[in-house]
Design a protein around this ligand. Sequence first.
Ligand code: COA
Length: 257
Amino acid sequence: MSEHIIVEREPGLLTLRMNRLDKMNALTRQMYSQMAQALNAATTDRSVQAVLITGSESCFTSGNDLMDFMNAPKAGLGGEVLEFMQALFEFSKPVVAAVSGPAVGIGTTMLLHCDFVYVSQDALFKMPFVKLGLCPEYGSSLILPRLIGQAKANDLLLLSESFSGEQAVAWGIANEALADGAATLAKARETALRLLDLAPSAVQVSKRLMRAPGREELRQVIKEEGELFGARLSHPEAMEAIAAFMQKRKPDFSKFL
Ligand code: COA
């Protein structure tokens, strides 16, 4: 087990903390795998009633590790990433997220599959898939136009515009914006602890009911996005964009016109 995902257990609550701050908590295949395993184990573990996902006080996550994408583009999105996506998507118990600082790529899209999201006022959300020569993932191409309208979804998914914690609350992506990382984590823990006092199966049945409409369609879109995203990783546009990030320069897409 790597120390990049810290798994904390206390009665009723499982906390998963992304902890790779030197790389802005960029998610490696191993980190995805650890989170997937922890969620899958928690599914059948009656002692876990709720899960809390968080990062560091200054950063939630910068999304997928771009080195992983660059080193193994032919591997597609990767089994571990898909395993994590599926584990969270299918997770029957409530998931609370505490987000401060950057939440990029899957750092934003995973929140669409959490049940309570608390954000700090310095949280910064961004889905730079197209900017990286890729395409939306994890259901974002279906959920966001429906949630915030096509026009705003175009800003976020085509132009990769970033948005704030306050905006995430206004759009219904997050529950509440708090002053800073410590207050955000405290509020997320408070909600998680409140969930522990509720009747566990009543919470799970209610979560399932609320997420049921359109679920099959969403499952299908996640699969389709995953295939397209995976295929695009070896596209020259993506290779140029990812190399440009690593070399700290602007990408040059003019050769693909
Ligand atoms: N994958 C791999 N390494 C990453 C990373 C990622 N997703 N995000 C950041 N890093 C690395 C940087 O390369 C840098 O490494 P170095 O110190 O060896 O040069 C280090 O983490 C710090 O990142 P830096 O960009 O200097 O931090 P910042 O505070 O200026 O910016 C971000 C933070 C998150 C806005 C910026 O790092 C970023 O945009 N990252 C890429 C996000 C992304 O495109 N994710 C993929 C989405 S599919």
